[in-house]
Design a protein around this ligand. Structure first.
Ligand code: ADP
Length: 539
């Protein structure tokens, strides 16, 4: 016997045990749906997770059974994450912003046995419950004082766990067993479930904490704006358990003023979310003349971070970490941080690097390929279909939906990108949003970034529209800032010297608002639908 290392599976229960044992006094602060702020610690949260595990046990919830949640970011939701997964069941976070029909479809596909929900979703639960036969009980995240009268009558979370034992003997699971489930948004066809394992979740939690990723340490105070129903809030609850950082959970209040006041009051140093929420926060900070002196880093992902947004944060001394990933990737794939070689560069050159989606994290391998699957050079110019592989990347969807999705062991992301010689990956488009003009690709993200740099533009989307000669030509659909003076020609003039002539949009359409998906991203599918009857000028 040559000797060997201990065989200890990577389990979510070990994250919880570590948090309770080594930073039991670290704080978890939540804004509640019922109003007010709740404060707790990992010691208390650990005890309450054990109490909940006893409830699940009494209900007969088995290993692998799915338990759903329809909830914002709050303490009770975190308790459920840990209690459900650590006891061997699967925590299925459901996006409450989806249409009721989609939610019903997802709950039935997952065969959820019980569903926990915040009081914001009482009406939704009443509406969908009769169509969800697998759900044995609906549990309202509240105390007896705030319990709603509803049909079907829900159970009260606080009453259920009260008086239960505060210790639980977490089972020794296989690290490859399923721990949680998240559905893709289903922009094409029905949503598909992505089943994470204990192992993939713990490895991903380590990766979230790395200095070149989100860099989470015990000295941080972290506010995930990204919802816990959007790819497990990008793994932040697990990363917090791992490090002992203070956790601040914004509940349902994701508007600029509410986020700013919570960040200021709690001394938030690190936050994460999609670009749309930062538009709201930055607008508020500017209008109110408010500063967030404690805030050091903002992780922006889920959609491209426009340069104007990165610059606005930089002016306040806040570093933007542009990140890319997807539900199928737990979600982190790349994060953009600078290398020593960038130190001496001009600020413009550095800004151009920070605009990219970043370098792969150890654990995620990337390549770009052409239509025949041949790998393309990493020269920063060639762009092709982005492929990924790694231990926290999906091998097959829940219940085998979509069949065998790997190509020679690689997962096709559906994104189109470049990779430069330093390994920085830059997304140019989603393959279904690519604008193809005269056989050549035009990057809609590039066009949007240039348009968003105009001070009068609040939001912009570039889409391709039919053209008899060029197949497709790009147009910009723009929301102006309130009271701003901007015309089509003014915007095109502003962009003229910044992009190739043949990339120039053929038109600018001004609209009151742009459609967004349930995860707060621009929905180009809905936008194209809205502009179905649009015709290019002169065509
Ligand atoms: P969906 O948007 O379908 O709900 P995901 O949240 O999994 O599902 O989205 C993943 C997709 O979001 C990626 O494939 C990519 O197209 C897009 N995306 C994520 N991060 C970025 C980013 N930083 N820049 C550009 N696109 C991004």
């Amino acid at each position: 016997m040559l000797g060997r290392m201990m065989q200890m599976p990577l389990l979510i229960s070990s994250l919880l045990r570590h948090a309770v044992r080594w930073h039991g006094d670290s704080e978890i602060v939540s804004r509640l749906v019922e109003g007010g702020i709740a404060r707790t610690t990992w010691t208390q949260l650990g005890e309450r997770a054990c109490q909940l595990a006893h409830v699940l046990n009494d209900w007969g919830v088995q290993r692998g059974d799915r338990v759903g949640t329809l909830a914002w970011n709050n303490q009770r939701h975190v308790e459920t994450y840990f209690a459900v997964s650590a006891s061997g069941a699967v925590c299925h976070t459901i996006n409450p912003r989806l249409f009721p029909d989609q939610i019903v479809w997802i709950i039935n596909d997952a065969e959820d046995t019980h569903v926990f929900f915040d009081l914001s979703f009482v009406k939704l639960v009443e509406q969908i419950a009769p169509r969800c036969p697998s759900v044995k009980s609906w549990i309202a995240y509240t105390d007896s004082e705030h319990m709603p009268v509803m049909t079907p009558q829900a159970l009260c979370y606080e009453t259920l766990i009260a008086g239960r034992q505060t210790e639980f003997d977490w089972p020794q699971l296989d690290e490859n067993e399923a721990s949680s489930l998240c559905y893709t948004s289903g922009t094409t066809g029905n949503p598909k479930g992505v089943l994470y394992s204990h192992r993939s979740t713990v490895l991903h939690a380590y990766c979230v904490c790395l200095p070149d990723t989100m860099s989470v340490s015990a000295a941080d105070c972290v506010l995930p704006v990204v919802p816990m129903f959007h790819v497990n809030a990008w793994g932040t609850p697990y990363a917090i358990a791992l490090t002992g950082a203070k956790l601040v959970l914004p509940g349902p209040a994701l508007d600029g003023p509410s986020l700013a006041s919570l960040m200021a009051d709690e001394g938030v140093t690190l936050t994460a979310g999609v670009p749309t929420v930062w538009l709201g926060l930055l607008k508020h900070l500017k209008e109110a003349g408010q500063k967030l002196p404690a805030l050091q880093r903002v992780v922006i992902g889920g959609a491209a971070a426009p340069p104007a947004m990165i610059r606005q944060f930089a002016e306040m001394g806040i570093t933007v970490r542009h990140a890319w990933g997807m539900t199928e990737m737990s979600p982190l794939g790349t994060v953009c941080t600078l290398k020593t070689k960038h130190t001496d560069m001009s600020s413009e050159a550095r800004e151009a690097v920070l605009l990219k989606q970043g370098r792969p994290i150890f654990g995620v391998d990337l390549k770009i390929v052409d239509a025949e699957g041949r790998e393309l050079p990493r020269d920063g110019k060639a762009f092709g279909d982005l492929m990924v592989r790694g231990p926290w990347i999906l091998e097959s969807y829940f219940k085998g939906a979509g069949g065998d999705v790997l190509q020679d062991g690689w997962f096709a992301t559906g994104d189109v990108s470049t990779i430069d010689p330093d390994g920085y990956m830059g997304i140019t488009d989603r393959s279904k949003d690519v604008i193809k003009s005269g056989g050549e690709w035009i990057s809609s993200i590039d066009l949007e970034n240039h348009a968003m740099a105009h001070p009068a533009v609040a939001e912009a989307a570039a889409i391709g529209v039919r053209h008899p000669k060029w197949d497709e030509r790009p147009i910009l659909v723009v929301v102006k800032k309130p009271g701003a003076d901007l015309t089509r020609d003014m915007l095109l003039e502003f962009m003229r010297d910044k992009i190739a002539k043949w990339w120039m949009p053929d038109d600018v359409v001004f609209v009151e608002d742009l459609p967004h998906t349930a995860t707060g991203k621009l929905s180009k599918k809905d936008l194209r639908e809205r502009l179905r009857d649009y015709a290019l000028p002169g065509v």
